[in-house]
Design a protein. Structure first.
Length: 247
């Protein structure tokens, strides 16, 4: 986990030595540490990326082309994992893929998001580990698999969004979360002190925050949705809203 001191060291090294530096992959909770000190680190021109536009686990790169005079890509590789014989495959989920990779001795911070579609998956990892994973990941549960580095994972990483119409008395983030995930008001409120709610990638501690169109809300343990806005009032005076739930 990257803490403030480590982030400052990477920023200073990039700035003083004229080179790009990178963190490991960071969860949304870990990224919240960075956002607390974002202004203090701005001199090193940090950017965040996780392998694709909707990735939640991201690296931070310190350094810019304007300052350093050259470009260096994020050291991220994409690996596609698929059953050797699909008709004999177990039903594989996110936990199965993650567990099999970590059983190779790879730490979580070396891995980005894992996208699963059917019995196939795309995993983002540090590029230095791509060859090792490709060569050594041969079985998940009872299923023989083939892992290979790829440049095109758009078919797996493309999100599947399900529209849902909800009615809320207010577009406060806690009220919307309560309706989306069928939680009581208190259950929704309890998510915020625990650091479980993220708004547009940043930890949200303000449960009364009003959502705007295209805001993306992630709730750890529940899922992620995009707030698409209000469509009018119900007969009882509540707001009709559309959310797009990531499946």
């Amino acid at each position: 986990m990257e803490d403030k001191q480590r982030l400052k060291e990477l920023a200073d090294r990039s700035y003083s030595q004229g080179q790009y530096t990178f963190t490991d992959f960071m969860s949304l909770a870990e990224q919240s540490v960075y956002y607390e000190y974002e202004r203090e680190l701005s001199y090193a021109h940090p950017t965040l990326y996780g392998g694709c536009d909707i990735a939640e686990r991201k690296m931070i790169r310190f350094g810019s082309e304007e300052d350093l005079g050259y470009v260096q890509d994020f050291p991220i590789a994409a690996i596609r994992i698929r059953p050797v014989m699909n008709k004999f495959s177990d039903d594989l989920n996110h936990r199965d893929f993650l567990g099999a990779i970590m059983n190779l001795g790879i730490k979580r911070e070396m891995l980005g998001d894992i996208f699963v579609k059917g019995n196939e998956a795309c995993v983002f990892c540090k590029d230095s580990l791509a060859g090792f994973i490709s060569e050594n990941l041969t079985r998940i549960k009872h299923t023989s698999v083939k892992a290979s580095v790829t440049d095109d994972v758009s078919d797996i990483t493309r999100p599947v969004l399900e529209d849902k119409v909800i009615q809320v008395s207010s577009v406060r983030i806690d009220a919307v979360i309560s309706r989306v995930y069928n939680l009581s008001r208190q259950e929704a409120l309890d998510l915020f002190p625990g650091g479980l709610v993220f708004l547009n990638g940043r930890e949200c501690t303000e449960n009364a925050k009003l959502l705007k169109k295209e805001d993306v809300v992630s709730v750890r343990g529940k899922g992620k949705f995009e707030f698409s806005g209000e469509t009018g009032l119900s007969k009882k005076g509540k707001s009709n809203c559309i959310v797009r739930i990531y499946r």
